[in-house]
Design a protein around this ligand. Sequence first.
Ligand code: TYC
Length: 144
Amino acid sequence: MAQKRNRDWENGAAWSLLATGAKAARMGDDEPKAPKHDDDEGDDGAGGSNATLLEPKTRLKKPSMYRVLLLNDDYTPMEFVVRVLMSIFKKSQSEAEKIMLHVHQHGAGQCGVYTYEVAESKVHRVLDYARKNNHPLQCTMEAE
Ligand code: TYC
């Protein structure tokens, strides 16, 4: 096995990617440590049989997530909003109708949760599509 993934988002632990041979990642061990050598003293580095030159260890941060919201207005047709939800947010017809009605009744509603760039792109696509079709539909994003 070339790599071992340790996914523990729910537990608040670091998201880590370890190369084989690295010392085991321990829960809650978030701070990078200096590479540990088995023989720190007295070795010339030229041929220790089990010397570890590097312990490759890449620690990845859990990405911040953003919810994309649709806002209600009095003019955008319901069918148009459903089409937006299906085409841009990949909702089924029934999910799209449910979200559209929620927005219609409550003033705003969540279309999905994405990383920053994906959320931003979806907001732009909604606004462009609405503007091209002369609808005042508004869409925004906020940190989760
Ligand atoms: N309120 C709109 C209407 O009655 C429908 C609508 C729903 C508009 C959701 C925008 O995000 C929206 N035609």
